[in-house]
Ligand binder design. Sequence first.
Ligand SMILES: [Zn+2]
Length: 317
Amino acid sequence: MSGPSSDLDTFCNILSQCKCLAILTGAGLSAGSGVPTYRGVNGQWTKINPMDVVSLQAFTDNPGRVWAFFHPKRDACIKAQPNAAHHALASLSISSVRRKLLPNLIDQTKPPLYITQNFDGLCRRALDTALDNAEKGGEILDKDTRQAAHERLIEIHGSCYRFLCTQCKALKTRFDTPLADIFANVDVVEQAKNGEYTITVDQLPRCGGSQWSGSNRYGQCGGLLRPAVTWFGEIPEGQGEVVRNLTKVDVLLVIGTTSLVHPAASYAATVKKNGGIVAVFNLGETHGDDKADFAFYGPCEETIPNLLECLAKLNAA
Ligand SMILES: [Zn+2]
C-alpha cells in the first residue's frame, strides 16, 4: 500500500471542490505559540506522571495539588499568542473568506466544524480576532453570526478560561488569574509544575467568588471550582455533535495531532468510511499517517497559511 500523497496542488483542487469541511486540531497547532504540552518537549515540563494530577480522583484526593499543577500551565496558555496557523484556520469562519476559498461548500452560511483538543483557548482567541478584523473590514456580523462561528468551534477538552463548580455545576468563563499571588514566587511555580506544591483548600477559587456570603444559589453556592478541562478518564465534550456532523464531512483536516490516537483516529475513520478525504498536517511523520490520503509535514504555522495561499491562488485563477 502506498503512503499518503504530499501533492499540495492536487489536495487544493480537492479542497476547493469540498462540500462539507471539518477541522481537527491538537497540541502541534499551539507548539509554535510556545504552549507546553503536559509532557512537554522531551518531557521537560514535568517530572511527574500527569495521570497522577490530571484526574477527578486526584482532585478529590487533593484539590490544592491539582490546582497548583494546573495554574502554571493555565498561565502559560493565557500568556501565549495565537500563531499564523490559528489565524489562518479562524479566517475560514468568515463568510467572505469561505466563499472565496471554499466556493463549493453546500452550506455557505455555516463555518466548517472546527474541533480542537487544545484547552489553551488560542483557537477561540484567533476566532475573535478574525471576526473583529472582518467587521473592521466592512463585513456585517450580527450577534447571531458571531455566536454561530463560536458554536462551530468545539473545544472537546474544555478551556483553561472556564471553571466548573463541583457543587452546583455552574460553568464560568474567567480571564483573570485567581491564584496569581501564590505563583508570584518562582520557586512555587517550579515546585507546582512537578506536583510538589499544594495550595491550601481555603485559598482555592470558589463559586460566587471571595465575597461569598453563605448563599447556596446556582452560580454563587460557595462550592469548590475546578478547571473545566477534560481530565484523564473523563469523556470529551461535544462528542454527540461531532459524530453527528462528521457523517456529512467529505474533507477532514487533521492538524498538529497524531491521526492514530483517539479521538482523531475514530473521526478520520468515520470520514473515510463515508468516502471522504483525510489530510494530515504535522511537524513530522506520526504513526498512523499511512491511513491518511494526504500528509504535509512542517511547522503548522507555515503549512496551514501555505495551504490557504495555494487555495486562494487556485480560486483566483
Ligand atoms: Zn456552585
